[in-house]
Design a protein around this ligand. Structure first.
Ligand SMILES: [Zn+2]
Length: 316
């Protein structure tokens, strides 16, 4: 009897010990899995800075654009962005309003950014003497007027909406393409056929297609940056937006199109692409506008400063 009791006691004790060990292992395993899952979702996360339409010139106030306040606002934005760890910062065009010398007042402030930085070309960036237009491109550190770069599982395609335009077409061929596109659209009464807007050349459109194919091949999501909006439709859009939309339609990996140009800002979602216009930094007497943007697996979170609204975009 005693022998049986001892046997029973030892068995229960052993069982308890094994149970505890299993429990411990399960807790450890669950912890490990949670950590791995967390690491997996964080693996492709990153944060960037976005500024649009800094638009400096040594000019008097016009249409609520406080040009002379741009350097102060840029300085404040750079200081705020530098407090964070950002993968890059991008300016969405119209860094200056006019005059080549305007760059001297804002470029040194921009260069204080700790993160990598990129520029998108805007219409006002070409409001300098004809002989200095290519020099603007060089000073903005652009090897090409349109280009792409990758960040984690994203391909960012930076477009040049001044490629065909009355201010930014710099070769004979581009000037001819500008005239024929403008004349082709002239009778269609579209609200955005304004001389201060522009379009994508045939060469740029076929380059975009190659970039989209590359993104598919590399399993990348695509984000576009341009100075001019595609949506909502108003007087600010790129001239050949319909050509662009037809081109990107088959590519379900296109997720965002971020731009400036319309200082009032704007947003529209179309075919699961978020079209977002960032507000102009130069506008209003006392407020600025810029943003930090956090990219995660399924969402993009805009942390707006001053006039720029905060919002969450779901990636579909
Ligand atoms: Zn503009």
């Amino acid at each position: 009897m005693i022998a049986f009791f001892l046997y029973f006691k030892n068995t229960v004790y052993l069982k308890l010990k094994i149970d505890l060990k299993v429990k411990k292992n399960i807790v450890f395993l669950l912890g490990f899995l949670a950590l791995t899952a967390c690491k997996d979702t964080q693996k492709n996360s990153f944060k960037i800075g976005i500024i649009s339409d800094c638009q400096y010139c040594d000019c008097d106030v016009k249409w609520d654009r406080h040009y002379k306040k741009a350097p102060h606002r840029l300085k404040e934005a750079v200081a705020t962005l530098n407090k964070d760890t950002l993968n890059y910062t991008i300016h969405l065009g119209d860094f200056i309003d006019k005059d080549f010398k305007s760059l001297d007042s804002v470029l040194p402030l921009w260069k204080k950014l700790k993160s990598k930085s990129y520029h998108v070309l805007g219409n006002h960036d070409f409001e300098v003497k004809d002989s200095l237009k290519t020099a603007v491109i060089r000073r903005l550190n652009l090897e090409n007027r349109y280009y792409s770069f990758t960040e984690k599982d994203w391909r960012f395609i930076v477009l040049d909406g001044n490629d065909l335009s009355f201010h930014g077409a710099l070769t004979q061929e581009k000037k001819q393409q500008t005239d024929s596109l403008f004349n082709l659209l002239k009778d269609k009464k579209i609200p955005y056929l304004k001389k201060w807007n522009g379009g994508y050349s045939l060469e740029q459109l076929s380059w975009i297609k190659k970039e989209l194919e590359l993104a598919i091949k590399n399993n990348q999501k695509v984000g576009f940056y341009c100075h001019f909006p595609i949506f909502p439709i108003d007087q600010h859009n790129i001239w050949n937006r319909n050509q662009f939309l037809a081109l990107i339609k088959p590519y379900k990996n296109v997720k965002i199109f971020f731009n400036g140009h319309n200082h009032a800002g704007g947003y529209q979602m179309k075919n699961n692409v978020h079209y977002l216009t960032f507000k102009g930094m130069v506008d209003t007497e006392n407020t600025s506008a810029f943003a930090k943007v956090q990219f995660d697996k399924d969402t993009i979170t805009i942390e707006g400063y001053h006039r720029e609204p905060s919002r969450k975009l779901v990636i579909k």
